[in-house]
Design a protein around this ligand. Structure first.
Ligand SMILES: *[C@@H]1O[C@H](CO)[C@@H](O)[C@H](O)[C@H]1NC(C)=O
Ligand SMILES: *[C@@H]1O[C@H](CO)[C@@H](O)[C@H](O)[C@H]1NC(C)=O
Ligand SMILES: *[C@@H]1O[C@H](CO)[C@@H](O)[C@H](O)[C@H]1NC(C)=O
Ligand SMILES: *[C@@H]1O[C@H](CO)[C@@H](O)[C@H](O)[C@H]1NC(C)=O
Ligand SMILES: *[C@@H]1O[C@H](CO)[C@@H](O)[C@H](O)[C@H]1NC(C)=O
Ligand SMILES: *[C@@H]1O[C@H](CO)[C@@H](O)[C@H](O)[C@H]1NC(C)=O
Ligand SMILES: *[C@@H]1O[C@H](CO)[C@@H](O)[C@H](O)[C@H]1NC(C)=O
Length: 631
């Protein structure tokens, strides 16, 4: 008996502009939203704990946005806090505390959010708002604007108004182009001897399309504020503001025209590409410039993030001139070599085969991005080199090698069930981190058993994340957007190139089936008459409720372990559902694995997959009722 209370508690915050010069936090007259169904007292406890956790994360990890959740007792709470990037961490914590102070007054609903000028906080009983802030909202969310209310004599002149109008359009266009979805800039208005400040920020980790859509609305609402000297737009997916009063330091602004010009330049490049001959010239110039820049750089310099820029020569020596004996593995991205640096540190060096100059240019950006990812289930990037014609990545060395060797390779049968379970959970946690905990969403695109490395204590470490775009495109494959491995890639991605975090969920499901069965996903099951792919085989056993038979025969399971294996097989099948929307997010998978939940009311449907002829396969009905008729 759930009481559907839809209550909108409007708590007006008193406007408190903190005027000390050491802080710029301002609070607007913004309503709190508190609604949904009546929360249990357990939900309220979980909420309080999640909100505390947000503040703890911000202040301990010195970041400006955080997510926290608590699912104790089956009353899940998912919370998110985000500050504007111009704040210091201390100002951020102050703002978030102010938001939480107001949020905890929400006692009649299980869904609440608060908008302040400098930050926002939100919690829900579900996690999908992390990726799509407007989920469950009718229309495009509760967006509203606040315009400063000044007398007519103080409004902007027509001329200035046009300048500000253009400025707001530029902010709209630039924000989704930035990887952090944040822009702050200023524009001098000479004839009025004034400066206009503007910024916009989309919700952390959402995709560019959602950000763009929100900025389109923000653009209209802010322009409707003109000729006021200040306007603000609040929405679940974005915040935007312009003001004549500075609300960030001049040195925190960025050159917006260069962000927009970047876009313009790439269009020029495409045109040049069509002309053909020009391309070569253009690339040569870019390459020369790139080389020159590299040479001027000191070798082995440590950047601010602690990643080393290695000297190519040192790595050549460390890998014994990239000798065959040092090869640890060959992969789509290039070969991996064992290297000994300074006669003591053993590392792995991955040599990327990148012919494309453009890809090489992107390399530095990508490396900076992935070198900041730290998680115990993700392989650490220790350094890199982009001198000469090769791109080299220096990675943690994992003596145990990759998971596939333990499932069907030389070390087959050496992993017991507990180790396998820890590996499954570790992969899920690593992916959840890439998708929703790191400030930029990273989709791996190529999850497979040979990309999972094992540490000395058999913990999973995901390799090759953030590198999919450097993979050479498979010329035999019609879809150039596809950079994955058949057998592990879901149909919508393998056939149409549709990319989302659910691509990784699908591949994860396949890897779990491999871990449970000790079988490779694409191997036909030759010892049976029925020639089936692993997913097909698993599904047919599941339909007959005998999916325990999928288990690797080298495993010796007790009764409770058998039950566990069956539940995890069901989770794996849930991960391989189509369409993608039916698949859980990786954060949800982590919870399911930890809680040992059964799927409950979720109905699984027959999965589809792509076979090695590049065809989508719909698994046919199994002959559940026929029993032993086919000898
Ligand atoms: C900010 O300045 C005020 C005085 O103007 C001072 O009392 C306060 O401690 C300062 N706060 C911080 C965080 O420095
Ligand atoms: C949650 O926090 C609010 C504010 O601190 C407090 O009033 C309330 O008692 C807390 N509730 C629980 C169940 O801890
Ligand atoms: C979750 O919340 C409960 C209170 O409901 C608290 O006792 C527990 O420590 C919290 N768990 C985590 C991991 O924060
Ligand atoms: C702001 O607007 C309100 C009505 O919305 C009006 O009563 C008030 O005088 C205005 N204030 C100024 C400073 O213009
Ligand atoms: C500003 O533009 C409005 C119409 O857009 C016009 O009515 C007004 O006269 C203009 N003011 C000046 C000072 O040009
Ligand atoms: C512009 O404004 C600044 C301060 O607001 C003032 O110092 C300066 O003299 C002004 N310049 C002109 C040309 O009015
Ligand atoms: C930016 O300016 C502020 C004050 O104007 C100063 O305290 C701060 O150090 C500057 N930051 C940088 C990175 O230059």
């Amino acid at each position: 008996m759930t009481v559907q209370l839809v209550v909108l508690v409007v708590l007006l915050l008193t406007k408190s502009v903190i005027s000390q010069s050491n802080t710029s936090v301002t609070y607007a007259d913004i309503p709190n939203h508190c609604r949904g169904s009546l929360p249990t007292s357990n939900f309220i406890r979980n909420r309080n704990s999640s909100l505390d956790e947000l503040v703890m994360q911000l202040s301990s990890t010195r970041v400006l946005s955080a997510r926290a959740q608590n699912i104790t007792g089956g009353d899940p709470v998912f919370a998110q806090a985000q500050c504007r990037n111009y704040l210091s961490v201390d100002q951020c914590v102050e703002c978030i505390n102010e938001g939480i102070f107001n949020l905890v007054k929400c006692r009649v609903g299980n869904s609440a959010y608060v908008f302040l000028d400098d930050c926002s906080v939100r919690y829900e009983a579900f996690s999908s708002f992390y990726n799509d802030p407007n989920v469950n909202e009718e229309g495009a969310g509760p967006g509203f604007s606040i315009c400063s209310n000044v007398s007519a004599s103080q409004t902007l002149s027509n001329n200035t108004r046009d300048i500000v109008d253009d400025f707001i359009s530029d902010i709209r266009d630039a924000t989704p182009k930035r990887s952090n979805l944040y822009v702050a800039s200023l524009r001098r208005i000479t004839n009025e001897n004034a400066t206009m400040y503007a910024m916009a920020q989309c919700a952390a980790n959402i995709n560019k399309a959602i950000c763009q859509a929100c900025m389109d609305t923000a653009n209209i609402k802010l322009k409707a504020c003109l000729p006021s000297r200040e306007g603000k737009y609040f929405d679940l997916a974005c915040f935007a503001k312009y003001s004549e009063t500075s609300f960030f330091n001049d040195n925190q602004t960025m050159d917006i025209t260069s962000i927009l010009k970047g876009d313009h330049l790439s269009k020029v490049a495409i045109v040049a590409g069509a002309i053909g001959g020009l391309v070569f010239l253009l690339l040569t110039i870019v390459l020369c410039f790139f080389r020159r820049r590299k040479n001027s750089k000191k070798t082995e310099q440590e950047d601010s993030k602690g990643t080393l820029n290695y000297n190519y020569e040192d790595l050549r020596i460390a890998t014994n001139n990239f000798s065959e004996e040092n090869i640890l593995g060959k992969g789509g991205f290039g070969d991996v070599y064992k290297a000994t640096i300074d006669e003591k540190n053993v590392v792995a060096v991955k040599k990327l085969q990148v012919q494309d100059v453009r890809a090489k240019e992107e390399f530095e950006n990508e490396v900076t991005l992935i070198s900041n990812v730290h998680h115990r289930n993700l392989l650490r990037l220790l350094g890199w080199s982009s001198e000469g014609s090769d791109l080299l990545l220096v990675l943690e060395y994992m003596a145990n090698g990759s998971l596939d060797h333990f499932l069907w390779g030389s070390k087959r049968g050496t992993l017991d069930w507990n180790q396998r379970y820890e590996i499954i959970l570790g992969i899920a946690k690593g992916l959840a981190h890439l998708h929703s905990e790191y400030h930029v969403k990273i989709i791996h695109r190529d999850i497979k058993s040979s990309n999972i490395l094992l540490s000395d204590d058999f913990k999973a470490k995901i390799a090759d994340f953030g590198l999919a775009r450097f993979q050479p495109e498979d010329a035999t494959h019609v879809n150039t957007k596809f950079a994955g491995t058949l057998g592990y890639a879901p149909p919508e991605y393998a056939l149409r190139g549709v990319l989302s975090d659910k691509v990784d969920t699908y591949s994860f499901g396949i890897v779990v089936l491999e871990i449970i069965s000790g079988r490779r996903c694409t191997d036909m099951n030759c010892d049976r008459p029925s020639m089936e792919y692993l997913l097909e085989h698993a599904w047919k056993l599941y339909e007959k409720k005998i999916h325990i038979k999928l288990t690797d025969e080298t495993l010796d399971l007790n009764e409770s372990q058998q039950e566990r294996v069956m539940k995890i097989t069901e989770i794996a099948l849930l991960c391989t559902q189509s369409p993608a929307a039916k698949r859980p997010t990786m954060s949800e998978v982590v919870l399911m694995l930890q809680e040992d939940q059964s799927l409950g009311k979720i109905q699984l449907t027959r999965p589809t997959f792509v076979n090695n002829q590049n065809r989508r396969v719909h698994i046919g009905p199994s002959k559940i009722n026929i029993g032993v008729s086919h000898v």
